[in-house]
Ligand binder design. Structure first.
Ligand SMILES: Nc1ncnc2c1ncn2[C@@H]1O[C@H](COP(=O)(O)OP(=O)(O)OP(=O)(O)O)[C@@H](O)[C@H]1O
Length: 372
């Protein structure tokens, strides 16, 4: 899929921005603080219904014009020349999504229309970062191509919050232990085992792709193994659901003591091994970055295999963080297959980008113009 036109208004420092984009590589050059990330964030928000930088919608609205909504609109071209217009109006208390001028009632009916993969310097820390960063990596990816997964995950998170509140009340003696904890535990097990099953299914596909990419990126030197790591043990003849339930029941007194739920998909992780060794502990910084890149490229491939089309790729200032060999391999992969938005502060690096079709844009104080 390709974005042919973008309109952004009142979104952070971007006002009345209207740009036509190239179908392949779009290079956006600008000094620090001019609005490069804001532009990618606007596209990312339209695709995923969330920002990668904040959970507070208010921050996204131009602070000099807070009484007006932020607006993001794209014209999108899919394979077989199908065109769609997607739009989002963002107010402090309300979000309105439209597809071809028709309002969409639920976000889950909207996500999946514009698939995006964002790669920022933060993602280069995917390997070394916290388990929640790796869980997010899986969740954002799956949610875009599977709206029922997003719904289930949100319900799981809600029950988890309610169960944690109850555990805190029990710890503080504000409540007596009764059947409510059993009700919450059962709901948590039901939803949690569904979340785990989907994540495991995705990781099974992802691990094959990631292994191939890692080999390509390292001239066949490195074998990457990706595994989904549960936060509770599962016996040989046991299902994930039964094991999760057993563990919660066994740990209930400890959970009341601590005041929160000790295991479940909210504590799971991705295990990453290079040539048999834990990359998180033993990998060099360069190896960790290559693994992050391999995972991101796998994400692109995975989304293509699920939706039939490559998503739009947003490269936020990562070019300067990769060495020339990795930059070359990344561009080789992108080719003319993936529409890419690449931001940079570095004119020399931008000029080095190898692509048949590339367009240049300049951004200054939120104003974007074509050419340099
Ligand atoms: N809600 C808002 N309203 C108005 N301006 C905002 C808002 N939020 C952020 N900004 C402005 O946006 C600018 C930062 O933009 P952005 O993060 O896109 O920079 P950038 O071009 O990616 O820079 P860098 O290269 O440093 O990452 C800052 O000048 C900031 O003041």
């Amino acid at each position: 899929m390709r974005i042919t036109r973008l309109f952004v208004d009142n979104f952070r420092n971007l006002s009345s921005v209207l740009v036509d984009f190239n179908k392949d590589i779009n290079i956006i050059l600008g000094a620090n603080g001019q609005g490069k990330t804001n532009l990618l964030e606007a596209i990312y928000y339209l695709g995923t219904g969330r920002s990668h930088r904040t959970s507070r919608v208010k921050e996204l609205i131009n602070k000099e014009s807070e009484e007006n909504p932020a607006v993001v609109q794209v014209k999108l071209k899919r394979s077989e020349n199908i065109e769609d217009k997607l739009s989002l109006r963002l107010e402090a208390e309300e979000r309105v999504y439209k597809i071809n001028d028709d309002e969409v009632e639920r976000l889950e009916h909207f996500t999946g229309k514009l698939n995006v993969v964002l790669f920022s310097p933060e993602d280069l820390k995917l390997v070394k970062g916290s388990p929640s960063q790796r869980r997010d990596f899986i969740d954002v990816e799956v949610s875009q191509v599977n709206s029922s997964y997003y719904r289930r995950l949100k319900r799981y998170e809600k029950i988890l919050r309610q169960r944690n509140d109850l555990l805190k009340d029990l710890r503080a003696g504000r409540r007596e232990k009764d059947e409510l904890i059993t009700v919450f535990t059962e709901q948590l097990v039901e939803l949690g085992s569904e979340v785990v099953a989907k994540r495991q299914e995705v990781v099974e596909k992802l691990k094959i792709l990631a292994r191939l990419h890692q080999r390509k990126l390292t001239d066949n030197e490195e074998n990457l193994r990706v595994n989904y790591e549960l936060s509770f043990p599962v016996d040989d003849d046991e299902s994930v659901k039964d094991a999760f339930k057993r563990e919660l029941n066994e740990k209930i007194n400890k959970e009341i003591e601590r005041g929160y739920t000790l295991c479940g998909p909210h504590r799971d992780d991705l295990k990453l091994e290079l040539n048999g060794e834990d990359v998180r502990k033993y990998g060099s910084q360069g190896q960790q970055r290559t693994v992050a890149l391999a995972l991101k490229l796998s994400e692109l491939e995975f989304m293509k295999s699920e939706s039939g089309e490559y998503p739009v790729l947003l490269l936020d200032d990562v070019f300067s963080e990769l060495d020339s060999r990795r930059r070359e391999l990344l561009m080789e992969f992108i080719g003319s297959r993936v529409q890419t938005f690449l931001t940079t502060t570095d004119r020399v690096l931008a000029e080095e980008v190898t692509a048949d079709e590339k367009h240049f844009y300049k951004i200054e104080q939120g104003v974007i113009s074509q050419g340099w």
